[in-house]
Each structure stands twice: as C-alpha cells, then as structure tokens.
Design a protein around this ligand. Structure first.
Ligand SMILES: O=C(CO)[C@H](O)[C@H](O)COP(=O)(O)O
Length: 215
C-alpha cells in the first residue's frame, strides 16, 4: 500500500510560533497546512515565508473559500501554495473558480466536505470539474460535540473516484491504523502534534505509525 502523506495543521495565530513549529516537525511530515485562523490572521506573507524556507514541502493553504473562488485563491497560489481548499458547500461555480486559479499555477485544489449534506454527490461533481483532493473533515467545533470523521472517510474512499482522499478531525496516534486502513491518502494532524509536550516527538511517532500501518 502506498504510504499516505502526513499533513501538519499549523493552527496557531502567531507568525513566529507557526514557523518555529514547522521547523520542529519538518523531518516527519510531507505537507504543511496553514490553518484557516492562521491564514486569516497572517495572510500571504506567511505563505511566502514557508515557501522560501521549505521549497521541497507541499504547502496547503486552508482558505475554506466560500465565494469569489478564482479571485481569492489566485493570490495564494501566486504566493506559493501547492494546494488551496474550497468549501464543498460553496457550490460548483466557486469550486470551478478555484480550479481555474490552480490551473494557472499548475497547482491543486482540495474540496473540503465539511457540513456537506450529500458528500458522495459533491465529491463526484467536484472530481468531474477537476478537483484533485476530497477532504473529509470533522471540524474542531463538531469534534467538541463528539463527532469523528471515520464513517464519512469510509463513504468517500469507497466511491472509487480518481482523486486523493484527505481526512482531518482529531486524528491521533490511536486512530492512525484505522485511518490508513480506511483508505486515506492524506492524514491531517493538528492538536495531537502541536498540543503534545514535544511536537517533534509526536510527529515522529505519527510518522512511524503511518509507516507501519501502510505496509
Ligand atoms: O481544519 C481544521 C479545523 O477546521 C484543523 O486544522 C484540522 O481539523 C486538523 O486539526 P485537528 O487534528 O486538531 O483536528
């Protein structure tokens, strides 16, 4: 089985703390995600900083775009994003706009299926339009209400679409094995790494667990 990529969600608001955390976990992760609150607070300058520091890492900007897809995402692709996210609930016109912006930069689009009622239909239509990644996502507020992404992950992974499936929502060491076996191609981890006493050690452990589960 191909090893899923590990995506580190950088969810602090502080510019310097975000860069310092990226430096600590870099050896163990494949994708840096600039989380939504972080990108709203810091803007394109943080994209440029991480792009310059890490030319070989994938850089995902979690815009969760809801409208004006091409216009909003274009500036972040221009600053160096490899992937921008757009909300599935935004609709196909906005998703198509982000896809158009991505194409200009030979970059990619992730459709975030958070709160989408019919995830299968949204994923199918978005894939037809040209989105490369479907994000199954239980947000922080839904996690606080006890929800997890695993049922949705199985549903989206089993659609058999020609896309990569990303999963986010409280993934931690104890759930890595089931996440890999359910078919995730990209595993997003935030709090389980940045909230650990040693983020580097937590990222190393996640990396090891993913490697073992993917054999
Ligand atoms: O996109 C997000 C919230 O909307 C988070 O970055 C994502 O959920 C990953 O963080 P965690 O592992 O703490 O759930």
């Amino acid at each position: 089985m191909a090893r899923p990529l590990i995506q580190m969600a950088l969810d602090s608001l502080d510019f310097n703390q975000t860069v310092a955390l990226a430096d600590q976990v870099a050896p163990y992760v494949d994708i840096f995600e600039i989380g939504t609150p972080c990108i709203k607070y810091n803007g394109v300058n943080l994209v440029k900083e991480l792009r310059q520091r890490y030319p070989d890492k994938l850089l995902l900007v979690d815009l969760k775009t809801m409208d004006a897809g091409e216009y909003e995402a274009g500036a972040f692709y221009a600053a160096g994003a490899d992937i921008c996210t757009v909300l599935g609930v935004s609709g196909l016109a906005t998703i198509g706009g982000v896809i158009k912006a991505a194409k200009k930069y030979a970059a990619e689009v992730q459709v975030d299926l958070i709160n989408v009622p019919n995830k299968g239909e949204c994923a199918r239509e978005s894939a037809k339009l040209g989105a490369q990644i479907m994000g199954v996502h239980t947000g922080l507020d839904a996690q606080a209400a006890g929800q997890t992404p695993f049922t949705d992950l199985a549903e989206v992974a089993n659609l058999g679409l020609n896309v990569r499936v990303s999963v986010a929502g409280g993934i931690k060491p104890a759930t890595i094995d089931q996440t890999v076996k359910a078919g995730a191609n990209i595993i997003v981890v935030g709090a389980a790494i940045y909230g650990a006493p040693s983020p580097a050690e937590a990222a190393r452990e996640i990396r090891e667990l993913v490697d073992v589960a993917a054999v």
